[in-house]
Design a protein. Structure first.
Length: 132
């Protein structure tokens, strides 16, 4: 299973958020999605895709993997979102993982990348805030 968490500070202290759980496809099975194509480097494989619609926002979540280095993936996503405001660009776990976040109007994209000698796993969370 794939679990994703969205946590935010709550007014008056504390935290609130969303937890999503989805079944990963079996080996050799391609995920079925009507969410559109995930932004990813050529040759990447879609591992998981799901969407959600909540009051005030809708979200798309993708997990992709490829054989490219973490550094190559970082260059791709920085270039892909170069017209957006960069909110976060941080290395984690002694440069084995990286977190990116970009905003463009009512849209926010958060990307977590985990590098290994075999390639990179990328989780993309794209949220669009609706007008109420």
């Amino acid at each position: 299973h794939l679990m994703t968490v969205q946590a935010q500070p709550a007014t008056g202290g504390g935290t609130w958020g969303y937890l999503a759980v989805s079944r990963l496809p079996k080996k050799g099975e391609k995920p079925k999605t009507s969410l559109g194509k995930a932004p990813a480097m050529r040759g990447s494989s879609l591992v998981s895709a799901f969407g959600s619609k909540d009051v005030g926002q809708s979200a798309k979540n993708y997990m992709v993997e490829n054989r490219y280095s973490l550094k190559s993936n970082l260059t791709f996503y920085r270039n892909h979102y170069r017209e957006w405001r960069t909110d976060l660009d941080n290395s984690l776990m002694r440069d084995k993982m990286h977190a990116l976040s970009f905003t463009n109007g009512r849209r926010k994209v958060t990307i977590t990348l985990l590098g290994s000698p075999k390639g990179t796993q990328v989780v993309i969370n794209s949220v669009k805030h609706d007008l109420l």
